[in-house]
Design a protein around this ligand. Sequence first.
Ligand code: FAD
Length: 450
Amino acid sequence: MTLGRPLGRVVVVGAGSAGCVLAARLSERPDVHVTLLEAGPDHRSADTPPEIVGPSFVAAKDLPDRTWPALLATRASGQDPRVYTRGRGIGGSSAINAMVALPGLPADYDEWVSRFGCTGWGWDELRPCFEQSALVLHRAPRIEWGEVSSAMAEAVPAAAEGVLLTRTIDGRRSSVNDCYLEPARGRGNLTVLGDALVDRVLFDGRRAVGVLLADGREIAADTVIVAAGAIHSPAVLLRSGVDTPGVGDNLHDHPSFPIALRRLRPASLDSLPIATVATLSSGLGDGGDGGDGIADLQMLPIEHVDAAMPDLAMVMAALMRSRSRGTVRLASTDPTIDPTVDFGMLSDDRDLAPMAAAIDAAEQALAHPAFAAVGEVLPYDRSPDAVRAVLGDYVHAVGTCAMGTVVGTRCGVIGYEALLVCDASVMPQVPRANTHWPTVAIAERLAQLL
Ligand SMILES: Cc1cc2nc3c(=O)[nH]c(=O)nc-3n(C[C@H](O)[C@H](O)[C@H](O)COP(=O)(O)OP(=O)(O)OC[C@H]3O[C@@H](n4cnc5c(N)ncnc54)[C@H](O)[C@@H]3O)c2cc1C
C-alpha cells in the first residue's frame, strides 16, 4: 500500500462503528473528499427510529431493515447454522448493540505488536485513541437496573459498579451516527449515501480506483477503505477477486454459554437489558500462546432477550479469549447473498477448560440467594457435547482481514495499492472486551496515521 499519494477522493464502504469514525475524521481535512456508502438506510440523528434511541437492543435489532436477516452462521461443529446478527443502516452495529463500552486490557494490544507484528498498535498508541474518541459514555443509574443485573451485583462484587454504556446522561443511545457523523454532516466534502450496497472494488491493475454498487452505479475513488465489518469486509474483498492469503480466515468471537432464567415478574421491553457485566479470571495458563488466564471470563446478565418472551432472562457465561478459529467464505458472487460463516468455536481443545470455568462461575453466581428472588434457573446440560450443541456467540466477530496477515500496519491490503480495510476484521486477536469501543479506537488510530 503506497501512502505517499494524497488520499484525494476516499470511498468508505460501510457506515458502522469504524466507517462513521473514518468518514468524520477524514472529512476534517479540506483536501479530502469522503463518500460514505451504506447498504442499509441513512437518516439524520434526529430521525433515528425510537426503537434505536431507546434502552433495549432487543427492540432495536428487531427492526426489519436494521440487520442482515439472511446472514447465518454455524457456531460449533454439529450445530445447524442460525441467524448471526449484524447491524445494517447508518451507525451499523453501533445502532443496535447492547451499548456496553469496555476498552480491553493493555496487554491485548501489546500482544498485537509482539505476536502479530502490528507495530504502532500497542496500548501506548491506542490508549489516546480510546480517550479521544467522541463516544458518549455513562453508567446507568441504579434505579434503571433490572432485577437480573441487581442480583448479579449482589452475587459478584466485580459487577457492583455497573458498566459504561454508549448513552447520553438522560439515557438516549449514542451511536456513531449521532456522535461522529451528525457533527460532520454539514461539510461540503462529505457525502453519505444510504441504500448503497457495494458489490466489489474496481481496480486498475492492483490499484483500487473505485467501487461498483449492486445497482450498477460506479463510484470513482483515489482511495477505497472497506469498513463493512468482520463478516462483510472479507466478502467484499473476495467478490473483488483480492488474492491476498488469509482473507476470510481467523474468524473468531467470544463463545458464550447461555443459562436461561424464567422470571417471576416479566421484564418491560422498554427497559434496559444490560446494566452491568462481571469480568473474572480463570487463572488457566497460556496454552503456549501467551494467554495469562487474567480477565478471560465474562458474565453478562440480560433482563430480556426476546420480545415474545418477556419472562425469559439470561446469564451468558463467555470466554473472552478464544483460540478456536473459523472462516468466512463466499456462498455466491451475488452481492445480495450473504457469505457462509463457520466460527469453529471450541475446535481448539485449549478453549474447553476456560469455557468450563466460565460456566462454573455463572453457576456460582446463580446459586446466590439474590437470584432466587428473580426467578427460576431453567434446566440445562453442561456436558461437553451439550455445551457444543447450544454454544452461542457474543456478536463480536473479528479477525477476518487480520493485521499482519491481510493488511499491513497502515491497514493497506497487502499486495494492493489504495485499498485499505479498517473495522473489527483487522483485529488479529479479539481483545478481552466487547468490540465496539475497540473498533472505534482502531478507526481513530488509522485516521491519525493517514
Ligand atoms: C446485537 C448486537 C449487540 C452488540 N452489543 C455490543 C455491546 O454491548 N458492546 C460492544 O462493545 N459491542 C457490541 N456488539 C459488537 C459491536 O457493535 C461490533 O463489534 C462493532 O459495531 C463492529 O463495528 P464494525 O465497524 O466492524 O462493523 P459494523 O458496525 O457492523 O458496520 C459495518 C457496516 O457495513 C455495512 N455493510 C456491510 N456490507 C456492505 C456492503 N457490501 N456495502 C455497503 N455497506 C455494507 C453494514 O450494513 C454496516 O452498517 C454488538 C453487536 C450486535 C450485532
